[in-house]
Design a protein around this ligand. Structure first.
Ligand SMILES: *Cc1c(COP(=O)(O)O)cnc(C)c1O
Length: 454
């Protein structure tokens, strides 16, 4: 029998609804709070920042299925379905009885899964008559995805890019400019928040917290303008469920069902996207699939953080989110998986972890690059440093399966490729990368700050 390598859906098999896992959760996430009044947020409270439909999606706990508008599906067809691939090469190198599959989100035009939500957010802005949008970007993946999405729906986009990345990652900046976005190094003189920081400290290299403040400020001051975010929030995870819903159909084509599902973890959007559609069978039919979120050792909010109300940003501008967190003042080490350097986690994923419905592990930086290189040499695709954390976790499980002699079926999400991250690989090959472990004292410092919040 010839072995099938990859499974692809026809255009009409692309799912037409996203899956809202909250509807099936017995213990719902705790409410998001207004930081001033400490009252539960209502959709209207979010209207100044987000479009009405996205605000409703954010707080929707009852509708299991949300229709994907036809205009978004038309854009999804540019790159969806993404292939589900059997990693025969990796299996052979590991000499494992496990069957390893990966969902290849790196084939999107921007090279990562982030486009799944960028297209949806841009569409709802357009539909509500919004003309301008703003955002921030750290490593540049989200800004890149949103640039393409804004162009698709005819919106003007301003991206505040953390200054150090703006200088060190010139190609992500070029991608954004090619798709027509205005990219501003943050801190900048274009906002009050930026001007204040630059006046106090003219050589400041920027942070995500500052970039968020600038993007929010510009959105509030520009007529017909909204702010957008690429991870953490519930509506972002909702849009990403297209990944798992496709994978469900594709695993059926392969005649298998996953025992273990793995995603790397920054704020939770790609992990949620691959996991929630399968998790619904654990929640509603008693299936026992394991879900593993793989986070970096240097930013261990799921494995070593606390479950607490905290701000989503460094500056403390966002509503209060009940989540696993290292504290919004936590400054993660400069690992190369820039997309995983976030102090908190989405509220849904946090509740699921608290209820032991999913698991989390941490991966050292060097283990992630070793895994990424093995994957490149066996499957051909050079993974994003973020995605390499999911590959490392997969390798651990495949080796475990070999030791136990059990033919487990493992599915992981390849969230993006690493072709714009080759300087990180260069440093790995030069022996210049190190692991960053955190002492309990270092962790306790930033968590202590949270006691004052609630
Ligand atoms: C942004 C990013 C991540 C991390 O974000 P999540 O919201 O946790 O998915 C992971 N992989 C890639 C390629 C990214 O761009």
């Amino acid at each position: 029998m010839t072995k099938v390598k990859k499974f692809i859906l026809s255009e009409k098999e692309i799912p037409s609804q996203w899956y809202n896992v909250v509807a099936d959760m017995k213990s719902k996430p705790m409410p998001i709070l207004n930081p001033g009044t400490k009252e539960a947020l209502k959709p209207e409270d979010l209207y100044p920042l987000f479009t009405e439909e996205l605000a409703r999606q954010e707080l929707n706990q009852t509708d299991r299925w949300i229709d994907i508008p036809e205009e978004i599906i038309e854009k999804y067809k540019i790159y969806r379905s993404t292939p589900l691939v059997r990693a025969y090469g990796l299996e052979k190198a590991l000499d494992t009885p496990a069957h390893i599959y990966f969902k290849n989100e790196s084939v999107s035009p921007v090279g990562s899964h982030k486009l799944n939500s960028a297209l949806a957010q841009a569409y709802y802005c357009k539909q509500q008559g919004v003309t301008n949008i703003t955002t921030e970007t750290g490593a540049g993946q989200w800004g890149t995805a949103l640039s393409f999405a804004a162009k698709m729906f005819g919106l003007d986009l301003a991206v505040y890019m953390v200054k150090i990345s703006y200088e060190q990652k010139p190609y992500r900046r070029s991608l954004m400019q090619t798709w027509g976005a205005q990219v501003i190094a943050s801190p900048s003189m274009s906002t009050k928040a930026g001007r204040k920081i630059l006046t106090d400290n003219p050589t400041y290299q920027g942070s995500l917290g500052t970039a968020i403040s600038e993007a929010i400020e510009l959105a509030m001051q520009t007529p017909n303008c909204k702010y957008t975010l690429g991870s953490v929030l519930n509506h972002v995870s909702l849009h990403q469920t297209i990944i798992g819903l496709e994978a469900e159909k594709q695993m059926a084509m392969a005649g298998e069902y996953p025992d273990i599902i793995i995603g790397c973890f920054g704020g939770g959007s790609n992990f949620s996207g691959i996991s929630y559609p399968f998790l619904r069978y654990n929640l509603t039919e008693g299936k026992k699939t394991r879900f593993i979120a793989a986070e970096p050792e240097s930013c261990p909010k799921l494995t070593r953080g606390v479950f607490q109300y905290d701000f989503g940003d460094e500056a403390g501008y966002t509503p209060l989110l009940p989540m696993y967190t290292l504290g919004h003042t936590f400054a993660p080490a400069h690992i190369h998986a820039g997309g995983l350097r976030y102090h908190g986690a989405g509220t849904i994923v946090s509740q699921l972890l608290k209820d032991n419905l999913i698991e989390a592990i941490d991966i050292k930086q060097l283990e992630s690059f070793e895994a990424g290189v093995l994957f490149a040499r066996t499957e051909g695709i050079i993974p994003a440093p973020e995605s390499a954390h999911a590959i490392a976790a997969t390798i651990r499980e495949a080796i475990q399966a070999k030791e136990e002699g059990t033919p487990k079926t493992i599915l992981f999400n390849l969230s993006g490729h690493g072709l714009v991250d080759m300087s990180a690989y260069d440093q790995y090959f030069a022996g210049d990368l190190v692991n960053y472990s955190l002492s309990n004292e270092d962790l306790a410092k930033n968590i202590k700050v949270l006691e004052k919040i609630i």
